[in-house]
Design a protein around this ligand. Structure first.
Ligand code: B3K
Ligand code: ZN
Length: 882
């Protein structure tokens, strides 16, 4: 690893670039170990900056071969090369720079810059990977037109791709050939892409709303050619949706997606040439679960949507990352909601936010949606930037309403097409079309941490008034001791005794919506505010934060009866589900209390009856499936200051068993009623039935009765789709039926050992297995021929799943798993810093554990901190140390 500095970069230090780039012509002569990159760059001084500034280019892990200005080669005394820069002190105001460098893609295990995946070459440049390809002003506010000539061996790399349109190709000596690509749209270097390999293509086309024909191509390794249909269908659906909802069509004549096995994230929106983690493209009914099908649909859409929210209008600097990511996640969430079940999509997104983003916001790496400093920007591709960022855009969209939000997005695009801009520019467009004052709202971008709302309701019979008093509070986070009150939109409804929504008339307090509507949005702007509803003749049950109208924690002292009432009657699907979650959390907390005082935990019968009631409440299968799932261990952990990790695990299991025992008849009935016949279809209706059936079957398997075990075994052996096979495999492997579990694992392995993505599922099922020998099994699986520390999907499937989803084992009081994680992270940091710094997350959350575990976790962090670390890992570990 090159020795690099750990300087902190501040948003307040932003300066526009000293030089602008008109055009770039790149020539790649590809060889695994000695790739030559030649660049010809047209520079011009930026008139907005001081005169006479030196030319400073970024460059990391490059071997400089030659450098010339306006055709005159420079000698070594004309420039300085450091570990991260090339500096040329004297340059004219406008000039052509020619540079040749050599790089070693085959030894690039960081999977950033130009690297190898299997036998192909591919790139990942966001955020700062282009500097590993050649010397360049590698910052998003330098936008230029790129021409790229790719030269490689014809036999090994018959396919040569880059951004834009192919404009030339030909044969060369020594069995080499070339293709030249030209991208007519100015772009920052982070959107550059190149792929070379022995690939096959699935082709289709799309006619845009203005009648232009766009060629659609998905490029994959030959064995994956049968797994592209779903991604192609998703791409076409996304293109149609963006035309219909945002009125914008695709701008190039060709749109390419390439699937690669070794990839740090899900996918990358490079202009015209998206590069995807194969897990986010490839699916066939027999290899991919419903979850994978939906993820592919969402990620394909997300990357496509970036074409204008990210590419055509990009970020001025990386502090603005959420400008493109928050907005694009919001767009992909709306798309998936339209393609599937809106309420279920909202439940899934909020469940993830509340579990994982809230934990991030409460941990040592908490940061605002627009951070104001960083050491390594890769550490900021977080749930906060993406998911909380999306919640902010959702609040803006709700504040404006659909028509004005569309107008605002049009104005944003009209003003800034082809520019690199800031969050303020986005907000200005929204403010200008609506007249809304976003001054206080901007606090959502600058303040870290999750606000807590404490709500109380008082009914005044004499005055026929119901008053809601809401207090907001955000706990201090590192570097932000004092928090300001935010503008928080709280959507509410009031239910009467028979569960109907009451018409709402507000006498006091700032709100939107018309008087008499059955839900209103209360605008909380102060630390404490009251809202008075008139003409309320009976004490209502408040339905608060409908649709999860703001990313906050909400506390209200609900009685059990009130929660049951909401669970049965709330017209807001999200809150109906959430009432069930609150009821379950209360019941589980009661059990954990019993567990901790040495009593036998018993599940409150009220929850059992509430769950029984769900079966004949006329719910859609999708919602019923969601409502039947108890809050997960991770979300339960969020409910405590110090996590009772063993109590949570034990009590949740007992609760599952108790429910299975009491509701056997209903569960079996649901399993039988939701069997599907006919071909597998990844459509919402069928997905819901499979989910409901598998949820109910996993309850039944909690009892491990002979009939339940037999049913899972039959499902494992007879299903033709991976959703049902995987669910059954999970049920068996997580049971105590070792014989059947081992048999199933072996059958699965035999069948799928050649398929990397299916084997990821095989690793996951075992990594999450809740048995005490889990760590030993994970270590043994690391020696399996299908495992590799160099492949991020494998690391995530085995090690991340173990450390994040097998909580009771990971936090085993012997501390051995902490030690294991630290060891793996240290090894991995030498290969792939981005993955290492993410993997260490569970160790950084020691504040939430008891004293003994805290000490063990801190000791491992100290041990990691003592090593020579990448910037990525250094930044995270330094924040996490006590
Ligand atoms: N923009 C990329 C993420 C790049 C991550 C770089 N470390 C994927 C996406 O959000 O669409
Ligand atoms: Zn994105």
């Amino acid at each position: 690893m090159t020795q690099v500095n750990n300087d902190v970069i501040y948003l307040k230090d932003y300066l526009s670039p000293a030089f602008l780039v008109h055009s770039v012509a790149l020539t790649f002569d590809l060889e695994p170990h000695q790739t030559r990159v030649h660049s010809l760059i047209q520079f011009e001084r930026n008139s907005k900056r001081e005169v006479g500034l030196p030319l400073v280019l970024h460059g990391v892990d490059l071997k400089l071969i030659s450098v010339a200005v306006n055709g005159t080669p420079l000698s070594e005394s004309d420039y300085q090369v450091t570990a991260e820069q090339l500096v040329i002190t004297q340059v004219p105001n406008a000039f052509e720079l020619a540079v040749e460098v050599e790089i070693d893609p085959a030894n690039n295990t960081s999977l950033e810059g130009l690297y190898r995946s299997n036998t192909m070459f591919c790139t990942q440049c966001e955020a700062e990977g282009f500097r590993k390809i050649t010397y360049y002003p590698d910052r998003p506010d330098v936008m230029a037109a790129f021409t790229t000539k790719v030269i490689a061996d014809k036999t090994e790399y018959p396919v040569l791709l880059s951004n834009g349109n192919p404009i030339d190709k030909g044969e060369l000596d020594n069995n080499r050939h070339f293709v030249t690509w030209q991208d007519p749209f100015d772009k920052p270097a982070y959107l550059f892409a190149l792929v070379a390999g022995d690939l096959q293509v699935v082709e289709d086309s799309f006619i845009t709303m203005s009648g232009r024909k766009v060629a659609l191509e998905i490029w994959v390794e030959p064995e994956n050619i049968t797994k592209c249909d779903h991604a192609m269908a998703s791409l076409k659906a996304a293109m149609t949706w963006d035309e219909e909802v945002y009125g914008r069509e695709y701008d190039l004549d060709i749109y390419m997606i390439v699937a690669v096995n070794d990839f740090n994230m899900g996918a990358m929106e490079n202009k015209g040439l998206n590069i995807f983690n194969s897990s986010c493209v490839l699916a066939r009914p027999d290899t991919a679960t419903d979850g994978a099908f939906q993820r592919i649909e969402g990620v394909v859409a997300h990357e496509y949507f970036h074409n204008w929210s990210g590419n055509r209008v990009t970020c001025r600097d990386w502090f603005q990352l959420s400008l493109k990511e928050g907005f694009t996640v919001y767009r992909d969430q709306c798309f998936s909601a339209d393609m599937n079940d809106e309420a279920v999509k909202r439940i899934e997104d909020v469940a993830m936010l509340r579990t994982a983003q809230f934990a991030e916001d409460a941990g040592p790496t908490a940061h605002p949606v627009r951070p104001d400093h960083f050491i390594e920007i890769s550490n900021f591709y977080t749930l906060t930037i993406y998911e909380k960022g999306s919640e902010i855009v959702r609040m803006i969209a709700n504040l404006l309403g659909p028509d004005l939000f569309r107008k605002g997005s049009d104005l944003y695009f009209e003003r800034h097409d082809g520019q690199a801009v800031t969050v303020e520019d986005f907000i200005a467009a929204m403010a200008d079309v609506s007249g809304i004052d976003f001054t206080q709202f901007m606090g959502w971008y600058s303040q870290a941490g999750t606000p807590t709302l404490s709500v109380s309701g008082v009914f005044n019979h004499d005055l026929n008034q119901y008053t809601l008093t809401i207090k907001q509070q955000t706990a201090p986070t590192k570097g932000q001791a004092n928090k300001q009150a935010l503008h928080i939109p709280v959507k509410v409804g009031l239910l009467n005794a028979v569960g109907e929504d009451l018409p709402l008339t507000l006498s006091a307090g700032d709100a939107s919506g018309a008087q008499g509507d059955t839900d209103r949005v209360l605008h909380l702007r102060e630390a404490e505010q009251s809202f008075v509803f008139e003409n309320i003749t009976e004490e209502p049950v408040p339905s608060l934060l409908r649709g999860f109208s703001a990313p906050v924690k909400l506390s209200f002292d609900y009685t059990q009866d009130q929660l049951l009432h909401l669970m049965q009657h709330d017209s807001d699907g999200f809150n109906r589900w959430d009432a069930g979650q609150r009821l379950a959390i209360a019941a589980l907390k009661e059990m954990i209390g019993q567990f901790e005082s040495g009593e036998m935990p018993t599940l409150n019968p009220v929850l059992i009856e509430a769950y029984r009631g769900l079966f004949d409440a006329g719910l859609e299968p999708a919602i019923l499936a969601e409502m039947l799932v108890l809050p997960g261990e991770a979300y339960l952990s969020e409910q405590f200051d110090i996590v009772p990790v063993d109590g949570i695990h034990a009590c949740r299991n007992i609760a599952c068993k108790t429910l299975a025992q009491a509701l056997t008849v209903e569960l079996e009935q649901a399993v039988n009623d939701n069997q599907l016949s006919g071909d597998y279809r990844p459509v919402a209706e069928d997905i819901a039935k499979r989910r409901l059936k598998n949820t109910c079957q996993s309850y039944l398997m909690a009892l491990e009765t002979e009939s339940a075990v037999e049913r899972s075994w039959q499902q494992f052996n007879q299903s033709d789709n991976m959703t049902d096979v995987q669910a059954a495999l999970m049920q068996l492997v997580h049971s105590k039926q070792d014989e059947k579990a081992n048999a199933a694992l072996e059958i699965f392995e035999q069948e799928w050992q050649q398929d990397a993505l299916v084997m990821d599922q095989w690793f996951q099922v075992q990594a999450s297995r809740p048995h005490p020998d889990a760590l030993a099994r994970v270590k043994a699986l690391m020696e399996h021929s299908a495992f590799s520390l160099k492949n991020p999907n494998k690391v995530r499937s085995l090690i991340s799943v173990y450390c994040n989803q097998n909580r009771a084992n990971f936090h085993s009081i012997d501390g051995l798993s902490y030690q294991f994680l630290a060891d793996v992270v240290l090894t991995l940091d030498e290969m792939n810093p981005q993955i290492a710094s993410r993997l260490i997350t569970p160790l950084t959350r020691w504040q939430k554990m008891d004293g003994k575990r805290q000490k063990l976790m801190q000791a491992e962090l100290q041990r990691v901190a003592a090593a020579n670390l990448s910037k990525d890992l250094f930044e995270v570990v330094q924040k996490a140390l006590p």
